[in-house]
Design a protein around this ligand. Structure first.
Ligand SMILES: CC[C@H](C(=O)O)C(=O)SCCNC(=O)CCNC(=O)[C@H](O)C(C)(C)COP(=O)(O)OP(=O)(O)OC[C@H]1O[C@@H](n2cnc3c(N)ncnc32)[C@H](O)[C@@H]1OP(=O)(O)O
Length: 251
């Protein structure tokens, strides 16, 4: 069950399976993948906050449901469905914010890493527990972790499955903001408002240049950034902002 609510340019996506600490069953994964695609076709959507119901973030895949899907093809379906949906979210024109309001385990930790930004409650924790199930990460969390914390730390976190508390997550660069217990969603909303105040095209350009730059050689990424700057330099929103400053004394 994925509950979606909309408030202007902001959408709130809540995985609502508290009886399973918000583990994702097939239906929830398919709904999530569809929601990502539909959101990418909605030019009015600017920020998506993703969270879990009732004090847990996401507990990964639903271990009960998946216990009857044992073939390699089932594993490929599981890794492909969510792996591709998370990659689509990374390249989406809207900003994704994970409000980590409780335990994020396994695939749940991978979903958090695939978001553009993360707000973590001080009493929440992350754990990449796949190894405890005799598995590597399946939803892209290994590559995202390595890029974010480096090879050695990624290896340590994946091979120990240890819990990462909020202060360590912030120190490792795994999350961008810490919230008081019970306030992850409120702090994520405040972060969303900080982003929504800016010109939509400029926000999209910042995400695009940072995301595409991850896949480019340095010189090409610098050139792409310069091009995006040049295009928005001529945009009306830029000159309207400048006019407000230049004419502020006469306003
Ligand atoms: C690529 C996906 C990846 C993979 O397939 O490799 C995965 O994500 S596999 C799943 C990885 N997730 C886990 O291993 C997390 C397991 N759960 C826990 O560690 C805890 O439940 C925790 C920390 C999330 C919450 O602990 P708490 O003490 O608050 O609650 P309980 O443990 O009592 O759980 C309550 C209730 O929820 C059920 N539950 C929790 N997680 C899952 C899950 N992933 N799938 C199915 N069900 C889950 C738990 O079994 C309890 O229900 P009950 O009916 O009492 O069994």
């Amino acid at each position: 069950m994925l509950r979606i609510t909309r408030e202007g340019g902001l959408a709130l996506w809540t995985v609502d399976r508290p009886h399973r600490r918000n583990a994702m069953d097939w239906a929830t994964m398919e709904t999530f993948a569809r929601a990502v695609e539909e959101a990418c076709a909605d030019p009015t959507l600017r920020v998506v906050i993703l969270t879990g119901a009732e004090g847990a973030f996401l507990s990964g895949a639903d271990l009960y449901e998946l216990s009857s899907y044992r073939t390699e093809a089932d594993g490929r379906r599981l890794s492909t469905l969510m792996g591709e949906a998370l990659r689509r979210m990374e390249t989406a024109p809207w900003i994704s914010i994970a409000a980590i309001n409780g335990p994020a385990r396994g695939g749940g930790a991978e979903v958090a890493l695939a978001c553009d930004l993360r707000v973590m409650a001080e009493d929440a924790d992350l754990a990449f527990v796949q190894i405890t199930w005799a598995l590597p990460p399946g939803w892209g969390g290994g590559q995202r972790l390595r890029r974010r914390v480096g090879l050695g730390r990624a290896m340590e976190l994946l091979l120990t499955a240890r819990r990462i508390g909020a202060s360590e997550a912030l120190q490792l660069g795994l999350v961008e903001r810490i919230a008081p217990a019970g306030q992850a969603l409120a702090v994520a909303r405040a972060l969303a408002e900080e982003i929504l105040q800016w010109d939509a095209e400029a926000v999209r350009a910042v995400k695009a240049l940072l995301r595409e730059g991850e896949e480019m050689p340095y010189e090409a990424a610098l050139a792409a950034e310069r091009e995006r700057f040049a295009r928005l330099w001529a945009a009306p929103a830029h000159w309207a902002a400048k006019a407000r400053f230049l004419n502020r004394r006469s306003m």
